[in-house]
Design a protein around this ligand. Structure first.
Ligand code: DX5
Ligand code: ZN
Length: 224
């Protein structure tokens, strides 16, 4: 089994030093950069758009890293091509924003990106059942999306376990990503439940330690 990987969320980065901080994470061996896109409609916060993805792109490419874009926006299909052109390798949409989810997933492949789907903490896994065979990534939100620095919702662990069983039952090799409130002290529990990719924002870009030190603390907690 591959060791669980970290996906630092740049939402908590210092945007005046974004390139430097992304590079520090990549230098520390990170292979995935998570980008949180919020529109002020689906979620209360407004964050970033394709311009920032395009700015991160040359740095990520230099390291062969994946740009993982989490779209917390209404009508995401309107922006898929823009984000793909900017450099998104993975485009993840919320089931709550996609009445024609299968069509949206096909549209993501159509723009040359890998499709991911995600759901809010109160949305049941059954909402994903029919789409699982078509996606490359499933993201469990372990907080209500909108802001970094919130606390992990404890019932997420059981949801991760149940999703792992659903993926295994259909022989899916999709990535199982978890996002929200991931810290060194719960990372091992989340990994043991079946996650393959852990998003961490404030625990990597916040606090007094350097990005590299924060990543090292995660690695120690995960035993990798
Ligand atoms: C929130 C975002 C998360 C966020 C996680 O809606 O989807 O990716 O950056 O931040 P932390 O790790 O601080 O909970
Ligand atoms: Zn996210």
């Amino acid at each position: 089994m591959r060791p669980v990987r970290l996906a630092p969320s740049i939402l908590s980065a210092d945007f005046s030093r974004l390139g430097e901080q992304v590079e520090e994470a990549l230098d520390a061996g990170v292979e995935v950069i998570h980008v949180d896109v919020m529109d002020g409609h689906f979620v209360p916060n407004i964050t970033i758009g394709p311009l920032i993805v395009a700015a991160v792109r040359p740095i990520a490419r230099r390291y062969g890293a994946t740009i993982d874009v989490h779209l917390m926006i209404e009508q995401p299909e309107r922006y898929l091509a823009d984000f793909a052109r900017a450099g998104a390798d993975i485009l993840t949409v919320h089931v709550e924003t996609c009445p024609h989810l299968h069509r949206t997933v096909e549209a993501i492949r159509g723009v040359g990106a890998r499709p991911g789907v995600t759901l809010n903490p109160a949305t049941p896994l059954v909402a994903l059942e029919e789409i699982l065979p078509y996606v490359d990534l499933v993201l469990i939100m372990s907080i209500n999306p909108g802001f970094g620095g919130q606390s992990y919702i404890p019932t997420s662990t059981d949801k991760i376990r149940r999703l792992r069983a659903m993926l295994d039952a259909i022989g899916s090799a999709a990535e199982l990503e978890v996002d929200g409130g991931i810290k060194p002290d719960n990372a091992a529990e989340v990994a043991a439940a079946g996650a393959s990719l852990l998003v961490a924002g404030s625990a990597i870009f916040g606090g007094p330690r350097s990005v590299a030190e924060n990543i090292a603390v995660f690695r120690a907690a995960l035993g990798n």
